[in-house]
Design a protein around this ligand. Sequence first.
Ligand SMILES: [Zn+2]
Length: 306
Amino acid sequence: MTPRSATPAATTLPARRTRYLTRVAAFACAAVLTLCAPLADAWGPEGHAIVADIAQQHLDPAAAAQVRTLLGVEGLQRLDQISSWADGNRKERPHTGSWHYVDIPLHANSYVPARDCARNNCVIAQISHFAQVLADRSAAPAARLEALKWVVHFVGDVHQPLHAEDDDDKGGNTVQVQFFGRGSNLHAVWDGGVLRHALGLVPGPNYSFDHAAVQAAAMRLDEAISPADRTAWSAIGGLPALYHQTVSWAGESHTLARDVAYAHLDGRNQAGWSQRYQDLAWPVTRTRLQQGGVRLAAVLNELLGG
Ligand SMILES: [Zn+2]
Protein backbone atom coordinates (compact mmCIF):
# COMPACT_ATOMS: atom_id res chain seq x y z
CA MET A 1 0.00 0.00 0.00
CA THR A 2 2.97 2.32 0.33
CA PRO A 3 3.42 4.61 -2.65
CA ARG A 4 6.87 4.59 -4.23
CA SER A 5 7.21 8.15 -3.02
CA ALA A 6 4.82 10.91 -2.17
CA THR A 7 6.42 13.42 -4.49
CA PRO A 8 5.86 16.99 -3.31
CA ALA A 9 4.08 19.18 -5.82
CA ALA A 10 7.06 21.56 -5.86
CA THR A 11 9.31 18.91 -7.35
CA THR A 12 6.77 17.59 -9.84
CA LEU A 13 6.13 20.95 -11.47
CA PRO A 14 9.34 21.11 -13.51
CA ALA A 15 8.85 17.52 -14.61
CA ARG A 16 5.32 18.23 -15.71
CA ARG A 17 6.45 21.32 -17.53
CA THR A 18 9.16 19.39 -19.32
CA ARG A 19 6.69 16.69 -20.20
CA TYR A 20 4.33 19.26 -21.60
CA LEU A 21 7.13 20.80 -23.64
CA THR A 22 8.05 17.36 -24.93
CA ARG A 23 4.51 16.97 -26.19
CA VAL A 24 4.48 20.44 -27.69
CA ALA A 25 7.70 19.51 -29.44
CA ALA A 26 6.01 16.40 -30.73
CA PHE A 27 3.20 18.54 -32.09
CA ALA A 28 5.66 20.87 -33.79
CA CYS A 29 7.46 17.86 -35.20
CA ALA A 30 4.29 16.64 -36.83
CA ALA A 31 4.91 19.24 -39.51
CA VAL A 32 8.63 18.49 -39.82
CA LEU A 33 8.78 14.73 -39.52
CA THR A 34 12.21 14.30 -41.03
CA LEU A 35 13.86 16.64 -38.52
CA CYS A 36 12.31 14.99 -35.52
CA ALA A 37 12.58 11.28 -36.16
CA PRO A 38 12.74 10.19 -32.50
CA LEU A 39 9.40 11.89 -31.83
CA ALA A 40 7.74 10.95 -35.08
CA ASP A 41 5.62 8.34 -33.33
CA ALA A 42 4.40 10.85 -30.77
CA TRP A 43 0.75 11.64 -30.23
CA GLY A 44 -1.45 11.12 -33.20
CA PRO A 45 -5.18 11.62 -33.54
CA GLU A 46 -6.25 8.14 -34.63
CA GLY A 47 -6.89 6.73 -31.15
CA HIS A 48 -9.04 9.70 -30.20
CA ALA A 49 -10.94 9.43 -33.48
CA ILE A 50 -11.63 5.73 -32.87
CA VAL A 51 -13.02 6.50 -29.41
CA ALA A 52 -15.16 9.29 -30.91
CA ASP A 53 -16.38 7.11 -33.79
CA ILE A 54 -17.43 4.27 -31.48
CA ALA A 55 -19.24 6.75 -29.23
CA GLN A 56 -21.00 8.39 -32.16
CA GLN A 57 -22.55 5.03 -33.05
CA HIS A 58 -24.19 4.71 -29.66
CA LEU A 59 -25.64 8.10 -28.85
CA ASP A 60 -29.30 7.98 -28.01
CA PRO A 61 -31.57 10.17 -30.18
CA ALA A 62 -31.76 13.08 -27.72
CA ALA A 63 -28.00 13.16 -27.15
CA ALA A 64 -27.32 12.79 -30.86
CA ALA A 65 -29.58 15.78 -31.58
CA GLN A 66 -27.77 17.93 -29.01
CA VAL A 67 -24.38 16.87 -30.34
CA ARG A 68 -25.51 17.76 -33.84
CA THR A 69 -26.67 21.20 -32.69
CA LEU A 70 -23.45 21.93 -30.80
CA LEU A 71 -21.18 20.73 -33.61
CA GLY A 72 -23.27 22.83 -35.98
CA VAL A 73 -22.08 25.98 -34.20
CA GLU A 74 -18.84 25.50 -36.13
CA GLY A 75 -20.35 23.76 -39.15
CA LEU A 76 -19.12 20.33 -38.08
CA GLN A 77 -20.91 16.99 -38.19
CA ARG A 78 -18.93 14.31 -36.41
CA LEU A 79 -17.26 13.84 -33.06
CA ASP A 80 -14.05 12.67 -34.74
CA GLN A 81 -13.69 16.17 -36.19
CA ILE A 82 -13.20 17.59 -32.68
CA SER A 83 -11.55 14.68 -30.89
CA SER A 84 -7.97 16.02 -31.19
CA TRP A 85 -8.78 19.72 -30.91
CA ALA A 86 -7.46 19.66 -27.33
CA ASP A 87 -4.02 18.50 -28.49
CA GLY A 88 -3.86 20.87 -31.45
CA ASN A 89 -4.49 23.91 -29.25
CA ARG A 90 -1.93 23.27 -26.53
CA LYS A 91 0.51 25.84 -27.85
CA GLU A 92 -2.06 28.61 -27.43
CA ARG A 93 -3.16 27.23 -24.04
CA PRO A 94 -0.01 26.10 -22.25
CA HIS A 95 -1.78 25.92 -18.88
CA THR A 96 -3.87 23.01 -20.21
CA GLY A 97 -0.92 20.65 -20.78
CA SER A 98 -1.36 18.79 -17.49
CA TRP A 99 -5.09 18.39 -18.00
CA HIS A 100 -4.44 15.49 -20.38
CA TYR A 101 -3.09 13.03 -17.82
CA VAL A 102 -2.81 12.20 -14.15
CA ASP A 103 0.60 11.46 -12.67
CA ILE A 104 -0.21 8.60 -10.30
CA PRO A 105 3.24 7.28 -9.28
CA LEU A 106 3.79 4.00 -11.12
CA HIS A 107 4.20 1.96 -7.96
CA ALA A 108 1.49 3.65 -5.93
CA ASN A 109 -1.62 1.59 -5.34
CA SER A 110 -4.22 4.29 -5.71
CA TYR A 111 -5.02 7.80 -6.83
CA VAL A 112 -4.43 10.46 -4.18
CA PRO A 113 -5.93 13.79 -5.29
CA ALA A 114 -3.66 16.00 -3.18
CA ARG A 115 -0.59 14.25 -4.57
CA ASP A 116 -1.69 13.51 -8.12
CA CYS A 117 -4.10 16.32 -9.01
CA ALA A 118 -3.02 19.47 -7.19
CA ARG A 119 -5.14 22.52 -8.10
CA ASN A 120 -7.33 20.25 -10.26
CA ASN A 121 -4.60 20.10 -12.89
CA CYS A 122 -5.25 16.58 -14.09
CA VAL A 123 -7.53 14.75 -16.46
CA ILE A 124 -9.78 13.37 -13.71
CA ALA A 125 -10.76 16.80 -12.38
CA GLN A 126 -11.08 18.31 -15.84
CA ILE A 127 -13.52 15.66 -17.11
CA SER A 128 -15.88 16.49 -14.24
CA HIS A 129 -15.45 20.22 -14.74
CA PHE A 130 -16.21 20.21 -18.44
CA ALA A 131 -19.00 17.66 -18.04
CA GLN A 132 -20.80 20.19 -15.88
CA VAL A 133 -20.39 22.94 -18.48
CA LEU A 134 -21.59 20.61 -21.23
CA ALA A 135 -24.65 19.57 -19.25
CA ASP A 136 -25.64 23.17 -18.48
CA ARG A 137 -28.36 23.96 -21.02
CA SER A 138 -28.28 27.62 -20.01
CA ALA A 139 -24.59 28.00 -20.96
CA ALA A 140 -23.68 29.63 -24.27
CA PRO A 141 -23.60 27.13 -27.17
CA ALA A 142 -19.98 28.04 -27.96
CA ALA A 143 -18.95 27.30 -24.37
CA ARG A 144 -20.83 24.01 -24.43
CA LEU A 145 -19.21 23.05 -27.73
CA GLU A 146 -15.78 23.75 -26.27
CA ALA A 147 -16.71 21.63 -23.24
CA LEU A 148 -17.76 18.84 -25.61
CA LYS A 149 -14.35 19.03 -27.28
CA TRP A 150 -12.58 18.64 -23.94
CA VAL A 151 -14.82 15.81 -22.74
CA VAL A 152 -14.50 13.82 -25.97
CA HIS A 153 -10.72 14.16 -25.85
CA PHE A 154 -10.17 13.56 -22.14
CA VAL A 155 -12.33 10.43 -21.92
CA GLY A 156 -9.98 9.07 -24.58
CA ASP A 157 -6.86 10.24 -22.74
CA VAL A 158 -7.81 8.71 -19.40
CA HIS A 159 -8.08 5.30 -21.09
CA GLN A 160 -4.50 5.46 -22.40
CA PRO A 161 -2.47 3.54 -19.79
CA LEU A 162 0.50 5.91 -19.88
CA HIS A 163 -1.74 8.90 -19.23
CA ALA A 164 -2.33 7.66 -15.66
CA GLU A 165 1.18 7.10 -14.37
CA ASP A 166 4.57 8.62 -13.90
CA ASP A 167 7.84 6.93 -12.99
CA ASP A 168 9.97 10.07 -12.94
CA ASP A 169 10.13 9.61 -16.70
CA LYS A 170 7.49 12.10 -17.90
CA GLY A 171 4.91 9.37 -18.29
CA GLY A 172 7.26 7.17 -20.32
CA ASN A 173 8.39 9.98 -22.64
CA THR A 174 12.03 9.55 -21.58
CA VAL A 175 12.06 5.74 -21.87
CA GLN A 176 13.73 5.25 -25.24
CA VAL A 177 12.79 2.18 -27.26
CA GLN A 178 13.41 0.83 -30.73
CA PHE A 179 9.96 -0.04 -32.05
CA PHE A 180 9.90 -1.91 -35.35
CA GLY A 181 13.21 -0.41 -36.40
CA ARG A 182 12.50 3.19 -35.45
CA GLY A 183 13.65 5.20 -32.50
CA SER A 184 10.69 6.01 -30.28
CA ASN A 185 9.75 6.18 -26.63
CA LEU A 186 7.41 4.22 -24.42
CA HIS A 187 4.76 6.94 -24.25
CA ALA A 188 4.67 7.36 -28.02
CA VAL A 189 4.45 3.61 -28.54
CA TRP A 190 1.28 3.54 -26.44
CA ASP A 191 -0.11 6.79 -27.87
CA GLY A 192 0.07 5.67 -31.45
CA GLY A 193 2.78 3.15 -32.33
CA VAL A 194 0.92 0.01 -31.30
CA LEU A 195 -2.43 0.93 -32.79
CA ARG A 196 -0.93 2.20 -36.03
CA HIS A 197 1.06 -1.00 -36.43
CA ALA A 198 -2.01 -3.14 -35.72
CA LEU A 199 -4.37 -1.19 -37.98
CA GLY A 200 -1.92 -0.25 -40.75
CA LEU A 201 -2.46 3.49 -40.25
CA VAL A 202 -0.02 6.16 -41.38
CA PRO A 203 -0.25 9.55 -39.61
CA GLY A 204 -0.33 12.77 -41.63
CA PRO A 205 1.00 16.18 -40.59
CA ASN A 206 -0.73 18.47 -38.10
CA TYR A 207 -3.05 15.83 -36.65
CA SER A 208 -4.44 14.88 -40.03
CA PHE A 209 -5.36 11.28 -40.71
CA ASP A 210 -7.31 9.08 -43.07
CA HIS A 211 -10.83 9.45 -41.65
CA ALA A 212 -12.30 6.67 -43.79
CA ALA A 213 -9.65 4.14 -42.73
CA VAL A 214 -9.96 5.13 -39.08
CA GLN A 215 -13.76 5.01 -39.18
CA ALA A 216 -13.63 1.55 -40.74
CA ALA A 217 -11.24 0.39 -38.02
CA ALA A 218 -13.50 1.89 -35.36
CA MET A 219 -16.51 0.04 -36.74
CA ARG A 220 -14.61 -3.26 -36.66
CA LEU A 221 -13.60 -2.66 -33.06
CA ASP A 222 -17.14 -1.64 -32.15
CA GLU A 223 -18.69 -4.76 -33.69
CA ALA A 224 -16.26 -6.93 -31.75
CA ILE A 225 -17.53 -5.71 -28.35
CA SER A 226 -19.55 -8.41 -26.62
CA PRO A 227 -23.06 -7.52 -25.41
CA ALA A 228 -22.01 -8.27 -21.83
CA ASP A 229 -19.01 -5.93 -22.03
CA ARG A 230 -21.07 -3.22 -23.69
CA THR A 231 -23.65 -3.38 -20.92
CA ALA A 232 -21.03 -3.36 -18.17
CA TRP A 233 -19.05 -0.48 -19.67
CA SER A 234 -22.21 1.59 -20.29
CA ALA A 235 -23.20 1.56 -16.63
CA ILE A 236 -21.75 4.87 -15.48
CA GLY A 237 -24.39 5.52 -12.83
CA GLY A 238 -25.40 9.11 -13.47
CA LEU A 239 -23.61 12.44 -13.53
CA PRO A 240 -22.84 12.63 -9.78
CA ALA A 241 -21.00 9.33 -10.10
CA LEU A 242 -18.91 10.50 -13.05
CA TYR A 243 -16.01 11.66 -10.90
CA HIS A 244 -15.75 8.25 -9.24
CA GLN A 245 -16.02 6.58 -12.62
CA THR A 246 -13.12 8.59 -14.00
CA VAL A 247 -11.04 7.71 -10.94
CA SER A 248 -11.82 4.07 -11.66
CA TRP A 249 -10.91 4.41 -15.36
CA ALA A 250 -7.61 6.06 -14.43
CA GLY A 251 -6.98 3.24 -11.96
CA GLU A 252 -7.47 0.67 -14.71
CA SER A 253 -5.02 2.58 -16.92
CA HIS A 254 -2.49 2.82 -14.10
CA THR A 255 -2.64 -0.93 -13.43
CA LEU A 256 -2.18 -1.69 -17.14
CA ALA A 257 0.79 0.67 -17.31
CA ARG A 258 2.48 -1.04 -14.37
CA ASP A 259 1.56 -4.65 -15.17
CA VAL A 260 1.83 -4.57 -18.97
CA ALA A 261 3.53 -1.47 -20.38
CA TYR A 262 6.46 -1.32 -17.93
CA ALA A 263 6.58 -5.02 -17.04
CA HIS A 264 7.80 -6.20 -20.44
CA LEU A 265 10.60 -3.82 -21.32
CA ASP A 266 13.49 -6.26 -20.84
CA GLY A 267 15.35 -6.78 -24.09
CA ARG A 268 13.71 -3.77 -25.67
CA ASN A 269 16.64 -3.06 -27.93
CA GLN A 270 17.04 -6.64 -29.09
CA ALA A 271 15.67 -8.32 -32.18
CA GLY A 272 12.16 -9.69 -31.78
CA TRP A 273 11.16 -7.46 -28.87
CA SER A 274 8.90 -5.17 -30.93
CA GLN A 275 6.70 -8.02 -32.11
CA ARG A 276 6.54 -9.64 -28.67
CA TYR A 277 5.62 -6.28 -27.15
CA GLN A 278 3.08 -5.55 -29.88
CA ASP A 279 1.43 -8.92 -29.21
CA LEU A 280 1.00 -7.95 -25.56
CA ALA A 281 0.12 -4.30 -26.06
CA TRP A 282 -2.37 -4.44 -28.91
CA PRO A 283 -5.07 -6.46 -27.08
CA VAL A 284 -4.80 -3.99 -24.20
CA THR A 285 -4.91 -0.97 -26.54
CA ARG A 286 -7.87 -2.41 -28.45
CA THR A 287 -9.87 -2.95 -25.26
CA ARG A 288 -9.06 0.52 -23.96
CA LEU A 289 -10.26 2.11 -27.23
CA GLN A 290 -13.45 0.05 -27.07
CA GLN A 291 -14.04 0.96 -23.42
CA GLY A 292 -13.30 4.62 -24.12
CA GLY A 293 -15.84 4.68 -26.94
CA VAL A 294 -18.62 2.92 -25.08
CA ARG A 295 -18.06 4.98 -21.95
CA LEU A 296 -17.90 8.26 -23.90
CA ALA A 297 -21.29 7.43 -25.41
CA ALA A 298 -22.65 6.67 -21.94
CA VAL A 299 -21.30 9.98 -20.59
CA LEU A 300 -22.81 11.97 -23.46
CA ASN A 301 -26.11 10.15 -23.17
CA GLU A 302 -26.13 10.95 -19.47
CA LEU A 303 -25.20 14.61 -19.95
CA LEU A 304 -27.26 15.33 -23.07
CA GLY A 305 -30.03 12.75 -23.01
CA GLY A 306 -33.70 13.55 -22.86
ZN1 LIG B 1 -4.54 14.58 -24.85
